[in-house]
Every structure is written in C-alpha cells, then in structure tokens.
Design a protein around this ligand. Structure first.
Ligand code: T46
Length: 145
C-alpha cells in the first residue's frame, strides 16, 4: 500500500468565496484552474434525511469533486478509516480513483453536489469491499501519476 499516493488521491480544498453582504456569500470554482480534471458530468443528491448513508463504492478511474453542507464523508483503505465533515459551504473534497467512500447526512435535506471527470459508467464502480481490497493488493492503482 502506498499511503502517500492515497493521501494525494484525497484532497480537501477551500472554494474561492466572496462575501456579498454581511450574511450572504458566493462561492465559485473554475474549470482547469480549481479542478484538476475536465468536468464531463455534474450531479447532485437531495431529499435525503439525517443519518442516511449512501455510497459504498470505489471507482476504478473516475475523479470527482464533492461539496455539500453537513455531509460526513467516510473513506476506507486497507486498515485505515478517515472521516471528513463538510461543515462549510466553501469546503470541497477531490476524490481520485482507488478510494472507498461512504457519505452520511448530518442534517435533513443537505444537497451533495459532484463534478465528475467522466460520464456515468456502471462498469467503473467497485461496490464490493473485498473486491476493492483485491484491486489494491494487485496494485491496480500503483502505476498512475
Ligand atoms: C459517488 C457518490 C459520491 C446515474 O444514472 N447517473 C449518474 O451520474 C449517477 C451518479 C447515478 N446514476 C444512477 C445509478 C443508480 O441507479 O442513479 C442511481 C443512484 O446512484 P448511486 O446509488 O450510485 O448514488 P450514490 O449517492 O450512492 O453515489 C453517488 C455516485 O454514484 C458515486 O459515484 O462517488 O455519489
């Protein structure tokens, strides 16, 4: 396992934000500049109730940028678990390939927004955790930059 590479494949970002009045803000992301891949798809998940859990996948090749307010992300690799709470609208996380992720809603009705590097492709998903571990053991992600 290459821990350094896995950390590189998980990056927290602060989204540029302008305060437009005392309480109002506008955050923005620019393709090529702020997101390290070409965006081919945007999706968002809403209507989810508090404590609901989604995800439970790794992707073979897909990279994604996620942002939301009060959604907790759980990442797993071999023996480690890492949790990141997106507790501010200007926090985002870039997840590259080879990272197992689950998302837990900490409040009702938060919207999770995702920009993805490729079109939807069911065959890019690894949804069985043991299969994910086998991909790791076989070094599937080791030779990528
Ligand atoms: C991920 C997390 C953060 C589509 O038809 N097109 C799409 O672009 C997507 C994302 C999903 N779908 C279909 C596939 C399923 O029939 O929508 C249904 C629900 O998708 P899923 O159960 O995969 O949703 P989540 O919230 O568990 O996971 C999603 C992404 O699929 C996954 O790549 O990283 O959000």
């Amino acid at each position: 396992m290459n821990k350094r590479k896995e950390e590189k494949n998980l990056e927290m970002i602060t989204i540029k934000t302008i305060s437009t009045s005392e309480f109002e803000s506008l955050s923005f992301l620019e393709g090529q500049k702020d997101i390290p891949f070409e965006i081919k798809r945007i999706y968002y998940i809403y209507g989810v109730t508090k404590d609901s859990k989604r995800g439970g996948y790794s992707h073979k090749n897909l990279s994604q940028l996620l942002f939301a307010f009060m959604v907790r992300l759980e990442f797993f690799w071999m023996i480690e678990k890492k949790e990141i709470l997106l507790d501010s609208p200007f926090l985002g996380i870039i997840i590259k390939n080879g990272i197992w992720r689950e998302m837990v809603w900490e409040i009702d009705n938060s919207v999770l927004c995702v920009a993805a590097s490729d079109y939807y492709n069911e065959s890019d998903y690894i949804s069985n955790y043991n299969e994910f571990l086998n991909y790791k053991k076989e070094g599937y992600w080791n030779n990528e930059s």
